[in-house]
Design a binder for this molecule. Structure first.
Ligand code: SAM
Length: 290
């Protein structure tokens, strides 16, 4: 090919291909077709992925693209894409870039005008959420929490009043301390679910309030093995009297003893900064109880 012909050659595409998170039947027909047809597969761990390719009889060459070489080696994959070769990006399991390498390569490819094509499939957090029975219309994915207790607790404090369902990845050797810290920060009663070994032989989904879940995992070392996702229900704002601090209640009660309900709640709102409507409702409840 002459230089000008090469310059005019179409660019290759970067396919971001999800692979199974356990059950090999979860690979899609499209993923197999793409992995067979590309010139090169950029893989997080080439030895790990070689076994997957062997299982499906895919002879496409593999090259390492992991978190330590991704920035430096990105140029190598980019050169292939710019030369017109299609490249697939895979990680050890599930969807690349989701707590896995690939971000830098995808960014570089997009910046260079290369088409980046998602080939969707398994993803542990989505699989867990789809079966958890916790609100799924809005959720946040926190990935892995810090390994050290202080950092982990600080992160949990940060999301303590997050109203959307919370999703975390956790290593099995830290699952118990993670659940115990969640219990300490989010409270005993917050609904939670542990999704362990999804799509595998010992798949377990256990949903309970955090205190019970932590105790259940503490009592059974089998639950401290394998891969896990933890889901926690989002924070629910307390209602009625629970939402009003004891100091605001004290002010309201003092004023109620001296003046009509409407005036007392308006004045208490001015003094405490609590919403007038909320104090009015609480005052009504208080008077009913008398
Ligand atoms: N890219 C993957 C995905 O799409 O889910 C995640 C990779 S991340 C390095 C690995 C973590 O994902 C595990 O530590 C665990 O928290 C979660 N995970 C992966 N496979 C899982 C499975 N079969 N069951 C439960 N959790 C899993």
């Amino acid at each position: 090919m002459t230089t000008s012909a090469a310059a005019n050659a179409p660019l290759g595409s970067l396919y971001v291909v999800a692979t199974p998170i356990g059950n090999l039947d979860d690979i899609s027909a499209r993923a197999l077709n793409v992995l067979r047809s590309v010139s090169l597969i950029a893989a997080e761990d080439t030895r790990h992925s070689a076994r997957l390719m062997q299982h499906f009889g895919i002879p496409t060459p593999l090259a390492a693209c992991h978190e330590h070489n991704e920035r430096d080696q990105g140029g190598r994959f980019l050169a292939r894409l710019l030369a017109g070769d299609d490249v697939a990006l895979i990680s050890d399991a599930g969807t690349p870039l989701i707590s896995d390498p690939g971000y830098h390569l995808v960014r570089q490819a997009r910046a260079a005008g290369v088409a980046v094509v998602p080939v969707p499939g398994a993803c542990a957090l989505i699989a867990a959420l789809s079966a958890a029975g916790l609100p799924s219309d809005r959720f946040i994915f926190e990935g892995f929490l810090p390994a050290k207790a202080a950092g982990r607790r600080a992160r949990l404090e940060h999301v303590k009043e997050e109203p959307r369902t919370l999703i975390f990845y956790e290593a099995p050797h830290r699952i118990l301390e993670c659940l115990q810290d969640m219990q300490a920060v989010f409270g005993d009663e917050r609904p939670a679910l542990l999704a362990r070994e999804l799509t595998k032989t010992f798949e377990t989904l256990k949903g309970m309030p955090l205190a019970e879940l932590a105790a259940w995992v503490a009592a059974d070392s089998n639950q401290q093995r394998g891969e896990c996702v933890v889901l926690v229900a989002g924070w629910q704002a307390p209602e009625g009297e629970e939402a009003v601090s004891s100091e605001a209640m004290r002010v309201l009660d003092l004023l109620l003893a001296e003046m009509p309900l409407k005036r007392a709640s308006a004045l208490a709102a001015e003094i405490t900064g609590v919403r007038k409507n909320l104090l009015y409702q609480v005052a009504l409840e208080r008077q009913k109880d008398v």
